[in-house]
Ligand binder design. Structure first.
Ligand code: C2E
Ligand code: CA
Ligand code: CA
Ligand code: CA
Length: 278
């Protein structure tokens, strides 16, 4: 048994080593990748449930690694958060989204709202507000066209402090979405005090909303909760017509998911915008 445990332990440490090495290599590659402009943004349409029109898009980061090819954010965002690299990377995301918004405006596209994910590491920074204001004025974008997505867990870590920061963001004209709603340690008592615009129901709940009565009950309640608090609701991860119909029936305001579209590179998103149905 002891021997077995020994082997186990050995394998375990080797595995840990591999993980550590992989993280180190991702970290180094990321530093270089930021300089060499290997990152880019894709845009996933957000559809107004009632009109069926595209009202916005979520900007999602992608990494085209020179030798490994496309690396998913699920792999590198956690490393970026641990190392603090998410701060410069997140700032690049915000700048790039603003640059793109301005470019679309100049090309004559109708105004849409772009949402950008903000990591808790960025959210914690003392100079967050001034940095965001600088980016907005550098690109001269209408702050109303910019939405920040903050996860429930990062906001609820320090609710009082978050509240203060969120108010300042709102004062700058941005709108705020609470992302991954329902997955963190939800504090329902705190929710009414936060200056939010949108609750974003996590795709984990949407996934089997039509087959799992518990999830159906939870999603129905979350939509009602949001509406009673005067917030809009967006559901992410909508993949089927059945899910869409369920959410329409519950009066969900906006839909994001593969049913309509995957996240698209800018040129593809432009084509999406000019399609007649939009
Ligand atoms: P998220 O913010 O919850 O983003 C939604 C994720 O769901 C995206 O994955 C999107 O591609 C995926 N998705 C959208 N519709 C569907 C669907 O119908 N079915 C399924 N199965 N998935 C769908 P992605 O792009 O791989 O991003 C994963 C996570 O990485 C994001 O989750 C977010 O937490 C993080 N992330 C991505 N870009 C950024 C960024 O610029 N900054 C920060 N801080 N985090 C980012
Ligand atoms: Ca998000
Ligand atoms: Ca989410
Ligand atoms: Ca998520």
């Amino acid at each position: 048994f002891a021997k077995e445990r020994g082997i186990d332990l050995h394998l375990y440490t080797e595995d840990m080593n591999d993980k550590l090495l992989e993280r180190l290599s991702i970290e180094n590659d990321m530093r270089r990748g930021i300089e060499r402009k290997e990152f880019f943004l894709v845009y996933q349409p957000k559809i107004d449930t009632r009109s069926g029109k595209t009202v916005g898009a979520e900007a999602l980061i992608r990494w085209n690694h020179p030798t490994k090819g496309m690396i998913s954010p699920a792999q590198f965002i956690p490393v970026a958060e641990d190392t603090g690299l998410i701060v410069p990377l997140g700032e690049w995301v915000l700048s790039e989204a603003c640059r793109q918004l301005k470019a679309w405006e100049a090309q004559g596209f109708r105004p849409i709202q772009v949402s950008v994910n903000l990591s808790s590491r960025q959210f914690e920074k003392k100079d967050l507000i001034s940095r965001i204001r600088n980016i907005i004025s550098e690109y001269r974008v209408d702050p109303a066209c910019l939405q920040l997505e903050l996860t429930e867990s990062s906001v609820m870590q320090t609710p009082e402090l978050s509240n203060h920061t969120l108010y300042q963001l709102k004062k700058s004209g941005l709108s705020i979405a609470l992302d991954d709603f329902g997955t963190g340690y939800s504090s329902f008592s705190y929710l009414p005090h936060l200056p939010l615009d949108v609750l974003k129901i996590d795709k984990g709940f949407v996934k089997d909303v039509t087959v799992n009565p518990d999830n159906a009950a939870i999603v129905t309640a979350m939509i009602a909760l949001a509406h009673n608090l005067g917030l809009k609701v967006i559901c992410e991860g909508v993949e089927t017509k059945e899910q869409l119909d369920f959410l329409k029936d519950r009066d969900c305001d906006e839909i994001q998911g593969f049913y309509y579209s995957r996240p698209l590179p800018p040129e593809e998103f432009e084509k999406w915008l000019v399609r007649v149905i939009n």
